[in-house]
Design a protein around this ligand. Sequence first.
Ligand code: FAD
Length: 301
Amino acid sequence: MHAYISDLQAANACEIRFQEKLAPYTTWKIGGPADVFLIPENKEKLVETLRILHQHQVPWMVIGKGSNMLVSDKGVRGVVIKLGKMLDTLHFEDTLVYAGGAYSLIKLSVMTGKEGLTGLEFAGGIPGSVGGAVYMNAGAHSSDVSRILKQAEVLMSTGEVKILQGSDLEFAYRHSRLQREPGIVLEAVFQLEPGDRKEIAAALAANKDRRLRTQPLSAACAGSVFRNPVGTFAAKLIEEAGLKGLRVGGAEVSSLHANFIVNTGDATAEDVLTLIARIQDMILTQKGIKLVPEVLMVGEQ
Ligand code: FAD
């Protein structure tokens, strides 16, 4: 057994599972097992877990709600840390909102609206966690996390906890500093504005209604597969190329939203990757544009 496993056990730092299948932890319902799957019980134990992994120089990755990742069929060689209840916190201080890294973004948009705070209506249909949304600078409806994030409490890979200001996080389109410097968002602080509860609820309902009409929300998927190229939309290019309904194995370009790939039941990561490559080839040939995936490829290829 690896020495770090013995140390994690000795410190009682987290629940340890071996060969845990990752598919159920992702919205695409695809992916092989993680060699080692860690579930720390609380924030302190998460910090302890990371310190031990750092001491032993063990690489790790963290999974939030798994709504923006394609886990390979072979799975992850190494450690996956699952964030859950221990970071599922929420409290308000006037117009500041403190949300735990694992808190649901959809729930957050509803709860802040009920509190009469405006600014998070854009997040109403994004099925990720607060931490995943900071990592990705998630956005929709012409807004994104960068516009409202005041600061984040981040557990760095050394085990040190830092407060990073929004301006420190190098936000850009679906990008944050955490993509180059690993860290776990323990808590995010959002600066919202006082708003009208009814107007906020109406905006949330309108956004939800639009998503229900335009996105395959009852299917297993991971949202937009490709980033929007400058000046256009990936969905528009894929639709114009006539690729809706294109299928590889169990993976299919959604007929509702061309930038979504749905798992029709038994899709493998390989099916999705092949379909992604086909779409990229066809769009490059037809439009001269190289589409870049927004979803993250995780695990052993
Ligand atoms: P995961 O998929 O679990 O992880 C994504 C990345 O974030 C990984 O690298 C992971 O390590 C990292 N991460 C997760 N938690 C933390 C943490 N606490 N600290 C540090 N890093 C962390 N996205 C949009 O931007 N706009 C949309 O409109 C949108 N619509 C979607 C609609 C559907 C139906 C679906 C399925 C997805 C959609 N997405 C959208 C994609 C996705 O929901 C977002 O990218 C979301 O922010 C990912 O959060 P997550 O917790 O699921 O992250």
